[in-house]
Design a binder for this molecule. Structure first.
Ligand code: PLP
Length: 425
């Protein structure tokens, strides 16, 4: 029996001293490892290296002969629209291919809501007394930072195994007209790896909202990012909203940041044609056209949906062993101790870890003291405030497999030490 919650004070004390010895041994190695962010490693970036040779001094025109060096083409080049509309399952008229960062597009979209409102707004959001977004938790810290930065109130909603707690979401949006949006990472979500069920997609599309211009910010950042052979299926939110009579409700975001280059990819924005026509006009005040050379490079390299999926399999071959390493260290070190639970994601970039209440900040601090940086505890919640202080996001993609093993073992020691300290009180 190794359930630590059943240990006597003397058993806890002897376990503590052996853990302290292991911890000191880690400290003496003077590690400097970083598991803070879901960054692709250089081996993954190398998979797309050939892309850099595909636009040359004598091949910079689109199939229709448009010179990609020049201004124009605000929608993105037609071949990029064709490729990514097939990947996202939307019509080319429902898609814009934009610059290198989808986060940037999300930020601008919230700003547009605040300054001008959308097709169905009576007032710009910024003229309303209060604006609120629902935030399924744990979630993506940078979504919450956009809200905090722009003074948008956030309400946390639990993320269940099939998506946000829809009873609660439906209740909130039906009663409060200050609620203008919900952040969703609907597939292999950051950090839990959750894919929303069809039922949740239907309920989000159909629910009655008190606010007429409520928007679903559908950040499909991990649309094709499987860690195995199969890929989860996700119901098409644009179709569902159209069928539900709420065609203007969903804004879809995605990017190739974790397909090709994280710092030099393409971002994608999809919505109803009415939304796209409305937004194209507004975007034209901001720029004359996106980087079409990069779009050309991407289309020539990625070719089609099948080929893109093959590239994602190559990413999975690099990533999966790192995820497996974290899981096997957790299983071995923490498996039956009743002090932590963790996700076993089938895709995406993260493993979600929950430790005993009031322990997450201490665990992260202890790991940092021994040279392993983790995402700060609380980051996965609005206002960086995890009320139970139990959630930690693990990002195994960037360090080498050896480093992942070492960092996870240290993390497991820290979790045990902090838990033993808590249980000894
Ligand atoms: N959305 C989610 C859910 C993410 O996890 C990330 C990066 O980790 C991003 C968006 C960033 O996307 P981009 O690189 O396109 O700005």
């Amino acid at each position: 029996m190794t359930d630590l919650t059943t240990f006597s004070p003397s058993e806890l004390a002897s376990l503590k001293s052996s853990l302290e010895e292991r911890y000191r041994e880690f400290q003496s190695r003077q590690l400097s490892l970083d598991m803070t962010r879901g960054k692709p490693c250089s081996e993954q970036l190398d998979l797309s290296l050939d892309m850099l040779n595909l636009v040359t001094a004598d091949s910079y025109k689109t199939m229709e002969g448009v010179d990609c060096r020049n201004y124009g083409g605000i929608d993105g080049i037609p071949e990029a629209k064709a490729l990514f509309s097939s990947v996202l399952g939307v019509a080319t008229e429902e898609l814009l291919v934009c610059g290198n960062s989808s986060l940037n597009v999300m930020h601008d979209m919230v700003m547009r809501g605040l300054v001008h409102g959308f097709v169905d707004s009576e007032l710009p959001w910024g003229k309303c007394d209060k604006i609120t977004f629902l935030c399924p938790v744990p979630g993506y810290d940078r979504h919450f930072s956009i809200c905090e930065y722009l003074n948008i109130k956030m309400i946390a909603v639990p993320l269940n195994e099939d998506g946000p707690d829809m009873d609660l979401v439906e209740q909130y949006v039906s009663e409060d007209d200050s609620i203008k949006g919900i952040w969703c990472v609907p597939k292999y979500s950051n950090p839990t790896g959750t894919t929303y069920s069809d039922r949740v997609v239907d309920r989000l599309s159909q629910m009655k909202t008190k606010s007429a211009d409520f928007k679903i910010f559908w950040d499909n950042a991990y649309a094709v990012h499987t860690l195995g052979e199969s890929i989860d299926s996700l119901k098409n939110i644009l179709d569902a909203c159209r069928e539900a009579g709420n065609p203007e409700r969903a804004f879809i975001f995605a990017s190739t940041s974790k397909i090709t280059f994280a710092g030099a990819g393409l971002s994608l924005f999809a919505a109803s044609t009415k939304n796209i026509d409305f937004l194209r006009k507004r975007i034209s005040f901001q720029m004359i056209g996106p980087d079409k050379l990069n779009q050309l490079r991407h289309v020539r390299f990625l070719k089609d949906k099948n080929n893109l999926e093959k590239l994602m399999q190559a990413h999975a071959t690099i990533l999966k062993p790192k995820f497996d390493t974290v899981l096997s260290v957790f299983d071995k070190e923490l498996g039956d101790k009743n002090i932590a639970t963790w996700s076993r994601p089938k895709g995406g970039y993260f493993i979600n870890l929950d430790v005993l209440e009031a322990c997450a900040s201490k665990v992260v601090a202890k790991a940092a003291e021994a040279g392993v940086k983790l995402t700060p505890a609380g980051s996965t919640f609005p206002y960086k405030n995890d009320p139970n202080d139990c959630n930690i996001r693990i990002a195994p993609s960037f360090p080498s497999s050896k480093e992942v093993a070492l960092a996870t073992e240290l993390l497991a020691v820290c979790i045990q030490l902090v838990s033993v300290e808590k249980l000894s009180k």
